[in-house]
Ligand binder design. Structure first.
Ligand code: FES
Length: 171
C-alpha cells in the first residue's frame, strides 16, 4: 500500500520511505533500457543515493516495488557494490586507491596522512560530517599513482603535503 502527497510529489511507501516521484520515474526510465528489471537495480540504488546521500534500509523495499523484484535481490546488489552507502556519509567522500600501482607508489603514506589529518579511519565520517574516508580499487588513474578521488574528482599523484590544500576545496 502506498499514498501520494500532492504537495511534495512524494510517494510514501508502505514501510514509510518517501520515494520522490521524479526518482520513481527515473527508475522506470532505466528499466526501459533492459530486458530484465534486475539489470536496473544498481541504477535505482544510485538514484536513491543521489537524493539522500545514502540508501536507507527502507528504500530497499521501495526500489523492489518499483522494479517488481524481491527486496532480497535489491539488498544483494546494494551489499555487493561498495560505493552504495548503507549508512549516512559525510558531505564529501574521499576514496583512496589501494590497488597495485598506488600500493607500490606511496599509498600507505598517503592513507596515513589522510587518517592523521581527518582524524578518522576507513569507514568513518568526521564529526562535522564533512568527509567520509573509504578504500577503493583502481580508479583508472594509475599513471598518477598514488591516486585518490574526492566526490567526482580524481587526483594523482598526491603526496601528504598536497592534502591540506586539496581538502580545502571541499568545505
Ligand atoms: S592502481 Fe591506483 S589508480 Fe590504478
Amino acid at each position: 500500500m502506498m499514498a501520494t502527497t500532492p504537495q511534495t510529489n512524494r510517494i510514501i511507501d508502505s514501510d514509510g520511505f518517501e520515494l520522490h516521484a521524479e526518482d520513481e520515474a527515473a527508475m522506470r526510465q532505466e528499466m526501459a533500457h533492459y530486458e530484465q528489471p534486475q539489470a536496473a537495480c544498481i541504477d535505482a540504488l544510485k538514484i536513491v543515493q543521489r537524493r539522500h546521500g545514502w540508501v536507507p534500509d527502507k528504500a530497499i523495499g521501495a526500489i523492489a516495488r518499483v522494479l517488481g523484484i524481491g527486496p532480497g535481490e535489491v539488498e544483494g546488489v546494494a551489499t555487493f557494490y561498495s560505493l552504495i552507502f548503507r549508512q549516512p556519509v559525510g558531505r564529501h567522500i574521499v576514496l583512496v586507491c589501494d590497488s597495485s600501482a598506488c600500493f607500490l607508489s606511496g599509498f600507505d603514506e598517503l592513507r596515513q596522512a589522510l587518517v592523521n589529518q581527518l582524524g578518522i579511519d576507513y569507514g568513518q565520517t568526521t564529526e562535522d560530517d564533512r568527509f567520509t574516508l573509504l578504500p577503493v580499487c583502481c580508479l583508472g588513474a594509475c599513471d598518477g599513482a598514488p591516486a585518490l578521488m574526492i566526490d567526482d574528482d580524481t587526483y594523482g599523484p598526491v603526496t601528504a603535503d598536497d592534502l591540506p590544500a586539496l581538502l580545502e576545496n571541499y568545505p
